[in-house]
Design a protein around this ligand. Structure first.
Ligand code: ZN
Length: 247
């Protein structure tokens, strides 16, 4: 049985002399793996459409086992801008691996597909603006069902008062100063900003600007929350850290 779907190429692996194994994301069936026979020789059937981060239309035939057989690939958007900016490329690779690892088992693929598509399109058009990574991570946490407590203390459930609070994802997220014990503090305003960002459309990346403190504290909190839910370290993170000199 033949199938046809739009897809985002997450990554590929060269196999044998001329073949390629492609991991891709579809809106309806989530992550899939496909075997592209002769992909590195047959420009007619696959062209540049199996490059990572491209948006494509794929034709495949179901086969036994978990890998489908790709028949043809039609390029919709190669996202050329990504391929000329090392920072954008590193963040694109990180975003695709994050989706692959965090949402491997998830349903509700269409929202994840739209989010990743908008993220890659934004990177290709505008490069990696400071809030881009934070927006992707925060929204993926939400889609995976792991969004931490933000505006209330995770322990006593009181609305956060005053200007400072703490954040510990292992204890559920935000903590009031009474429940937190000694140690790191962040601005209550940062937690409020994260909650507001979760109410923006998942595909909005342009024109979202954050203050320096919000960005630094918010990124650290969201990265810590993510780390709790990843079952393996991300291979692309070291490259991203090298390119951006960010933790
Ligand atoms: Zn408390």
């Amino acid at each position: 049985m033949y199938q046809l779907s739009e897809a985002i190429i997450l990554r590929h692996l060269d196999y044998g002399e001329a073949d390629r194994i492609v991991t891709f994301l579809t809106p309806d069936q989530g992550q899939m793996k496909g075997f592209a026979r002769g992909a590195r020789k047959s420009r007619r059937r696959f062209g540049p459409a199996l490059e990572p981060y491209a948006r494509v239309r794929l034709h495949w035939a179901a086969s036994r086992g978990e890998m489908v057989t790709l028949r043809e690939a039609e390029l919709i958007d190669l996202r050329h801008g990504l391929r000329t900016d090392l920072g954008a490329l590193a963040l694109a690779a990180y975003g695709c691996e994050l989706v692959e690892v965090l949402l491997a088992e998830e349903q509700g693929h269409a929202r994840v597909f739209d989010l990743l598509d908008a993220f890659l399109a934004h990177l290709a058009a505008a490069g990696p603006t400071p809030a881009t990574r934070l927006l992707l991570e925060l929204r993926l946490l939400q889609m995976a069902g792991y969004v931490p407590h933000l505006l209330h203390c995770s322990i006593c459930c009181q609305t956060l008062q005053g200007t400072e609070a703490a954040f510990d994802p292992a204890r559920g997220g935000s903590l009031c100063c009474g429940c937190a014990g000694p140690g790191g503090r962040l601005a209550v305003g940062t937690l409020g900003s994260l909650a507001r960002l979760l109410r923006t459309p998942a595909t909005a990346f342009a024109d979202i600007r954050l203050g320096e403190r919000t960005l630094a504290e918010g990124s650290a909190a969201v990265t810590a929350a993510l780390r709790l839910h990843l079952h393996r370290p991300l291979r692309t993170l070291a490259f991203l850290q090298q390119v951006t000199a960010q933790p």
